[in-house]
Design a protein around this ligand. Structure first.
Ligand SMILES: *Cc1c(COP(=O)(O)O)cnc(C)c1O
Length: 215
């Protein structure tokens, strides 16, 4: 827990922290809360719901893990941001449930650049098909705030640098092509405990840090 304070203080002012609280008990999350952290990330819907119920209501909850369409309805009333939007169908479902709740939900498009097969995410080659579709039909229940991505879990720093560089390039491309005049497209979510320093060097402005906070 001592590390949490150190990490918070070491982050540049323009980089925001999502404290990843998955699998951590409420007592531990409360300690982060007492340090002033208000943005927490969870990767499972049921766990997110339980914690939302039990913990202070001024916490901004971010869903960072893969989301099934049939579970969107449970989090739509309160979730602050969904990082893991990886298909048009999921985006449409979030829109639909947001409207039912009179909300507009901030989302990030999860892009896949890592070489591992297991990672979810939109393939960069599909971007120019997906984004115009989302913009054309005026999905007023979602606001595309940026992109999220992960690097391959690797000890090869060069590879991690290259993958984050690629994500930053895609972020800039999407912003310049589709969101030029929109200040609301402003979030590049990349970097976890093992690689957040590299991610920040490559332009991340939102890091999702879990395990390193609890050491
Ligand atoms: C668990 C998780 C993190 C945090 O991982 P740590 O290595 O514990 O920092 C970040 N992003 C996503 C999508 C995760 O599932």
């Amino acid at each position: 827990m001592l590390r949490a304070k150190e990490i918070i203080e070491s982050l540049p002012k323009d980089v925001s922290l999502v404290a990843v609280t998955k699998t951590r008990p409420n007592e531990v999350i409360t300690k982060l809360y007492d340090l002033g952290i208000r943005t927490m990330g969870e990767n499972r819907v049921q766990e997110l719901l339980d914690k939302y119920e039990q913990l202070p209501k001024d916490i901004h909850w971010h869903l960072i893990g893969h989301l099934q369409r049939n579970k969107v309805k449970y989090i739509a009333p309160f979730v602050s941001m969904i990082h893991s939007v990886d298909s048009l169908r999921l985006a449409k479902e979030i829109h639909k449930e947001a409207i039912k709740n009179d909300r507009c939900i901030p989302i990030l498009l999860q892009l896949k650049v890592a070489k591992e097969d297991s990672k979810f995410g939109i393939s960069p080659k599909d971007i120019d098909e997906l984004i115009p579709e989302l913009l054309n039909e005026s999905y007023t229940g979602i606001q595309i705030r940026g992109i999220m991505g992960m690097a391959t879990l690797s000890h090869d720093h060069n590879q991690i640098h290259e993958e984050f560089k690629e994500l930053k390039k895609l972020y800039d491309y999407i912003k310049d092509t589709y969101f030029l005049d929109e200040a609301t497209f402003d979030t590049l979510s990349m970097g976890m405990s093992s690689d957040y320093s590299i991610a920040i060097e490559e332009g991340s402005n939102m890091v999702r840090i879990g395990s390193a906070l609890y050491r």
